[in-house]
Structure formats: structure tokens, C-alpha cells
Design a protein around this ligand. Structure first.
Ligand code: 6PG
Length: 467
């Protein structure tokens, strides 16, 4: 019982996470049913005093110092429950189980309550950054018991990514706060990815940019205010040659996007909360539309589409940069808004500034912009929406017109820009002090006596409409 940290699930993420823990001076013990994975880890660890593993659950649990800190990196769903059941007979009160997967937040609440009865602390801790993040420093989003977190904190702070020396991990709140925050992180991820793909589309179809030019354009952007992991990898994707043909790989990849559910959950839950996140919603819908490839091919034959009007390449490229920056802001604004509301609804006590802070490095949505978002929420903890932050007004004002131009270009020339146009529409609606929904209230009262309120006096009104 000498190992500091335990980890169940020795897939790529788990193995990398353990090696990262060991690199940071903590000893770690792994567990997986698969003997091959156990052996591979022991071999890779190089020194069994620092990294060891076993396929036997009892040996695994007994190898850990108490209170035991056991992280699960297994697929979300029933597997998490069965791993917990397997561990339980061997655990002692006060031990800590950390679920590092993309578990649905209500599952985490259920598990936390169930384990609390048995004296076990349960953490839902989103881990972002993919395989490389797990190895070199992910962003970690833990939620659960604040006292129990103190035991995990030194290890998490050591292994997490660092932004200017500050660890990209923080205790986020009770219960499923960590999983919830990771879910919204992924919703934002969906939005940013959708927007990036639209900008690629319009640069290619209207601007006529080659893959080489797209590579250069995205690399340049990555040196500026759009600096972000997603823009960076996008620039690299355009350079990748295909092994099987003599073209570029990106051109050979089937245009059907898969999804594992976190983006959809974000949208579904936003609907339940009554918080609009249309850029995330449309990102989910676009993955669904992309899956309808056969139907799309049939429909394409039935309808004409205008051929894109020529544009000035340089001017157009600069507009796309502005529009993408604008729409990135809107996407973060929607996600943060959802977090603010969920925090009230579910009692998460989230600090939005802390969340933006731990997203500045390590995670998939890391971006230079997150430093500004962090500041905005640190200046005003109760900021209702990023668009209301004085520090964002200028950034938005100076880029929104480029979004308008591109959206009208897309509409006139038959290039779908659903993320960008939704971001713009959200902006135009959110910044309108008067919307036409007075008419909807009138209609509701007309056909169903649903009543309405008035601008000029208090109370609930109903009218016998003249029919
Ligand atoms: C991360 C990612 C990760 C997620 C993938 C795939 O933060 O490291 O969000 O957790 O699983 O991005 O998600 P989809 O398969 O739904 O696209």
C-alpha cells in the first residue's frame, strides 16, 4: 500500500494519464481486465516502484495509500457502474473515486449519492485534451466534496496543463458540477468546430483557396487573436498528404460527422433550462444533416444552386477572420450563459472566472480569447452574458459587420453558414430591446386566452379580440 494514485482503464487516455502522474513525482498503480494492457503499462513505466499495474482489483486497491484516490478512465455508461461495484468490497470509508470520463451529469449525481451512503467520496471530473493532453497536461474539471478534493488537489495540480504557470484545474463545485462543466465545454467545442468548417467551406468555394493557402491562412490566424488549439490543428490538417492517393487527406475524408452525445446533451439541457444556445444547437443539427449523405446526394440533383460570385481574395480572407472571431465570442457567450443558469438551477456554485481560467490551456477549446473571458468574469462575477461585458463590446462591434457580409454572401450564393448565421441572429436578437414577440403574445391570447402583459402598466390582461 505505497502507491499515491490508482487508475482503472488502461486505454490510451488511462495509460497516458498514469505516466503523466509518475512524471510528476507521484507513484501510480493501474488496473485493467486486459492483461496485455497491464503488461504494456508496466513495461512503459520502466520502474515498478513508480508505475505498476495489475488486472486483479483486490491487488490494485490494496496497493494504494489511504484515503485511496482512484480515477476511472472508462467509457461513460454502465461500465462506470460495474467498475464501481467491483471496487466497492475492497474500499474503506473516506476513499475517493474519480470518474474522468464524459459521464452524463445525472448519472454522476446518482453515483455520488449512492457512494456517499457508503462513506465513499465520488468525483465527476471532466478531463479534456485528448491523448496528448492526458500525457502532457490536460485541463481537469472536478466536482464533488470540497474536503475530499484536498487529497486529490496536489496530484491534479501537478499533472494538469499550466497557463503561465497556473494549473488548469480547480475545484468547481458540489455533485456533478465537474461533469456538467465538461459537457458544456464539449458543446462549445461542437460550436467552434462547426464554425471553423463553415469558414473553410466559404474560403474554398468563394475565395478559391487551395489547401496550401488554407494552411497558411489558419496558421496566420493562429498567431493572432484567433490563436487556439482548434485553429492550430485545422492549419495542420490542410497540410496532411494522403497515403493512398497523391492528394490531400482532408479532401478524401467522408463528410459525415459522428458524435458521442455530449454536444447533444448540452443542447437538450439548455432547452430544459430555457437558455438559448443556438450556435451549439445548430452544430449538433449539422452533424445530423451530414449523416444524411445519401439523401443529400439525391436532393443535390433536384435543385440548382448559384455558382459563387467572384470575390477579392485578400479582403474576403480578412472578413472571414473577423467573422470567425465574432462567432467564437458568441459561442463562448452562449456556453457561459448556460453555465451561469445551470449553477443556480442545480446549486453548483460555479465561478465562471475559474472555469474560463482552467480552459486557457490543456483542453480542446483552449484559446487566447479565454484569457479575455477570464478577465471579464473576474471583473464582474455576476456577468449575465459575455456580450454585456464592457471589454467585449469593442471586440464585437469591430467584427460583427464582417459576419453580416459573409452571411449575406452565403445566402445569396448558396453556401450554408448555419453556425455563423445563427451566431449573428442570436446577437441581433439578444441586443434588441424590442422583439416582435408581442405579436406571439397577441396570437396566444387571441386563440387560447393565454393572457399577456403590457408595456405601460402592471398586471395580467386578456382581450375579447374582435373576430
Ligand atoms: C475533450 C473532448 C473529448 C470528446 C471528443 C469527441 O475535451 O478531450 O471533448 O472529451 O470525447 O471531442 O466528441 P464527439 O465524438 O462527440 O465529437
Amino acid at each position: 500500500d505505497t502507491y499515491d494514485f490508482g487508475l482503472v482503464g488502461l486505454g490510451v487516455m488511462g495509460r497516458n494519464f498514469i505516466l503523466n502522474v509518475a512524471d510528476n513525482g507521484f507513484s501510480a498503480f493501474g488496473n485493467d481486465l486486459d492483461e496485455e494492457k497491464v503488461d504494456a503499462l508496466i513495461k512503459e513505466g520502466g520502474n515498478t516502484d513508480k508505475v505498476n499495474a495489475s488486472s486483479d482489483v483486490k491487488t490494485f486497491v490494496q496497493s494504494l495509500t489511504t484515503p485511496r484516490k482512484i480515477m476511472l478512465l472508462v467509457p461513460a455508461g454502465k461500465i462506470v457502474d460495474s467498475v464501481i461495484e467491483g471496487l466497492l468490497p475492497h474500499l474503506d470509508k473516506g476513499d475517493i473515486i474519480i470518474d474522468g470520463g464524459n459521464s452524463f451529469y445525472t448519472d454522476t449525481d446518482r453515483r455520488e449519492a449512492y457512494l456517499k451512503e457508503k462513506g465513499i467520496n465520488f468525483f465527476g471530473a471532466g478531463v479534456s485534451g485528448g491523448a496528448e493532453g492526458a500525457r502532457k497536461g490536460p485541463s481537469i474539471m472536478p466536482g464533488g466534496s470540497k474536503e475530499a478534493y484536498q487529497h486529490v488537489k496536489p496530484i491534479f495540480e501537478a499533472v494538469s496543463a499550466k497557463y503561465k504557470g497556473e494549473p488548469c484545474v480547480a475545484y468547481l463545485g458540489p455533485k456533478s458540477a465537474g461533469n456538467y462543466v465538461k459537457m458544456v465545454h464539449n458543446g462549445i467545442e461542437y460550436g467552434l468546430m462547426q464554425l471553423t468548417s463553415e469558414i473553410y467551406d466559404i474560403l474554398k468555394k468563394a475565395g478559391g483557396l487551395t489547401n496550401g493557402e488554407l494552411h497558411k491562412t489558419f496558421s496566420n490566424w493562429n498567431e493572432g487573436r484567433l490563436q487556439s488549439f482548434l485553429v492550430e490543428i485545422t492549419s495542420e490538417i490542410f497540410e496532411q498528404k494522403d497515403d493512398l492517393t497523391d492528394g490531400y487527406l482532408v479532401d478524401m475524408i467522408l463528410d459525415k460527422a459522428k458524435q458521442k452525445g455530449t454536444g447533444k446533451w448540452t443542447s437538450q439541457n439548455a432547452m430544459d433550462l430555457g437558455i438559448p444556445v443556438p450556435t451549439i444547437d445548430i452544430a449538433v443539427s449539422m452533424r445530423e444533416i451530414s449523416a444524411l449523405k445519401d439523401e443529400r446526394i439525391k436532393a443535390d440533383e433536384l435543385y440548382d444552386r448559384p455558382s459563387p460570385k467572384a470575390v477579392d481574395k485578400n479582403d474576403f480572407t480578412s472578413k472571414t477572420e473577423q467573422a470567425l472571431y465574432f462567432a467564437f465570442i458568441i459561442t463562448y457567450a452562449q456556453g457561459m450563459h448556460q453555465l451561469a443558469d445551470a449553477s443556480k438551477e442545480y446549486g453548483y456554485e460555479l465561478k465562471l472566472g475559474e472555469i474560463a481560467k482552467i480552459w486557457r490551456a490543456g483542453c480542446i477549446i483552449r484559446a487566447a480569447m479565454l484569457a479575455d473571458i477570464t478577465e471579464a468574469y473576474q471583473t464582474d462575477e455576476n456577468l449575465q452574458n459575455l456580450l454585456l461585458s464592457p471589454s467585449f463590446v469593442e471586440k464585437v462591434k469591430s467584427t460583427v459587420n464582417a459576419a453580416r457580409e459573409l452571411v449575406s454572401y452565403g445566402a445569396a450564393n448558396g453556401i450554408p453558414l448555419p453556425g455563423l448565421s445563427n451566431a449573428l441572429t442570436y446577437f441581433d436578437a439578444y441586443t434588441s430591446s424590442r422583439l416582435p414577440l408581442n405579436l406571439i403574445q397577441a396570437q396566444r391570447d387571441y386563440f387560447g386566452s393565454h393572457t399577456y402583459e403590457r408595456l405601460d402598466r402592471e398586471g395580467i390582461f386578456h382581450t375579447e379580440w374582435e373576430k
